[in-house]
Design a protein around this ligand. Structure first.
Ligand code: SF4
Ligand code: SF4
Length: 119
């Protein structure tokens, strides 16, 4: 089982999973793939190869079966909170994401409020 999605948040991550409701394969870089090869993470590489995403005009679908992709294949849930199954070696895009930094995150407004209060 993985750990929570972000480790040093500017605001607390509620582990709602919204930022992981995407298909990771669209954001993985060559650097990530090379690291996983060096780490021997065939489990991750296998999933990426078989879950490859294709843009179908209005949504991402699986290249394998054409079904819509709803979330990252490494997103796991435990008692209503999300975790990352590959937290220790998650992709750069995930490591660099700051909770509250985008509108999709429920902490977005709270971050602005915190900013106003501390002025
Ligand atoms: S790899 Fe982990 S942190 Fe990144 S989108 Fe998937 S579940 Fe979320
Ligand atoms: S959307 Fe925000 S609160 Fe939800 S898991 Fe991602 S960083 Fe955490």
């Amino acid at each position: 089982m993985g750990r929570e999605v972000n480790d040093k948040p500017a605001v607390a991550c509620e582990r709602c999973g919204k930022c992981c409701q995407t298909n990771l394969t669209a954001y993985v870089t060559d650097e990530d793939i090379e690291r996983w090869k060096q780490e021997g993470r065939e489990d991750i590489l296998h999933i990426l190869k078989n879950e490859r995403a294709v843009w179908a005009g209005d949504r991402l679908v699986s290249a394998k079966d054409g079904l819509p992709l709803q979330s990252c294949p490494f997103l796991v849930w435990e008692k209503g909170k999300c975790s990352c199954a590959i937290y220790e070696t998650r992709p750069r895009v995930c490591r660099e994401y700051i909770p509250g930094s985008s509108l999709l995150c429920p902490q977005f407004g709270r971050r602005e409020l915190t900013h106003v209060i501390t002025l």
